[in-house]
Design a protein around this ligand. Structure first.
Ligand SMILES: Nc1nc2c(c(=O)[nH]1)N[C@H]1C(S)=C(S)[C@@H](COP(=O)(O)O)O[C@H]1N2
Ligand SMILES: [Mo]
Length: 253
């Protein structure tokens, strides 16, 4: 029976891959001790992967010193509709966030009501699929609290975020499942970097769903619809970019 000490393993690895392969690799692998070590390794890897893909894990949070001096805007930066422009012109005083669909109590919340509810602040990295990232500070209402207030019906499976803007007449929208909807870092942000959310970044309210890519972070959210299927909405793939460019619906990072 071959007993493999740490030193011998390191020694054979030091010979390079070729040496390792030629120096009785099969014989070593056949030893019961090595077998159990390999099996242990596999178990660890599987467990590590499960941790990595744990949908409830938190996205990394950063410190104030990490915040990007410049956080660019992307996509639409000013919805063109008359309705939105009128809301913007009076500081969103008459704007209401609708929460409806498969809920017990449809809501129409003013910005003041939303700001009076508990808020969460997080400094996170935004990753756009086009290849840029920026670290910013977001403050807003945990989506869970809005959903608790509305009372999701058991048939609800997705939340659809209907936005005020469009591309050539196709409205921007996005959707997430309930795992992300109830994730503690999923917030309806009304402030960015300690200031009211600017129009360029999605005023008065935008989604932050920190485990996913930039295009999931819907700006100009007007209405949140609880639904049991995404098929009847937009092109049926769950979001503007999913419909028009084939982007993944689940854009986990
Ligand atoms: N309503 C709406 N939301 C949107 C977009 C958009 O064009 N309209 N662009 C998306 C993309 S691709 C990115 S990277 C981010 C950009 O957010 P920012 O403008 O705050 O940087 O918003 C996302 N959410
Ligand atoms: Mo993006």
């Amino acid at each position: 029976m071959i007993s493999i000490t740490r030193r011998r393993l390191i020694g054979s690895l030091g010979m390079g891959a070729g040496g390792l392969l030629l120096s009785g690799c099969d014989r070593i692998a056949a030893s019961p001790k090595v077998q159990s070590v390999l099996q242990l390794g596999e178990g660890l890897t599987m467990r590590a992967q499960r941790l990595v893909t744990d949908r409830t894990a938190l996205a990394r949070e950063f410190s104030a010193a990490d915040m990007s001096p410049v956080f660019r805007t992307n996509g639409n930066d000013m919805p063109e509709s008359d309705e939105y422009q009128a809301h913007a012109a009076n500081g969103f005083a008459d704007w209401r966030l609708k929460v409806d669909g498969l809920v017990r109590r449809p809501l129409a919340l003013s910005l003041a009501q939303i700001k009076a509810m508990p808020a969460r602040t997080q400094i996170t990295r935004h990753d756009c699929v086009e290849g840029w990232s920026a670290i910013g500070k977001w403050t807003g209402l945990p989506l869970k609290l809005a959903l608790d207030a509305a009372g999701l019906l058991p048939s609800a499976r997705y939340l659809v975020f209907h936005c005020a803007d469009d591309f050539d007449g196709d409205p921007y929208y996005e959707s997430i499942d309930l795992i992300d909807a109830f994730h503690p870092q999923t917030i309806l942000a009304w402030a960015m970097n300690d200031r009211p959310l600017s129009i360029g970044h999605g005023a008065p309210l935008r989604l932050r769903v920190e485990r996913q890519l930039g295009y999931k972070q819907a700006k100009y959210v007007m209405r949140i619809e609880a639904t049991d299927s995404l098929r009847a909405i937009g092109g049926g793939k769950g979001g503007y970019w999913e419909d028009s460019a084939g982007y993944q619906w689940y854009a986990g990072i």
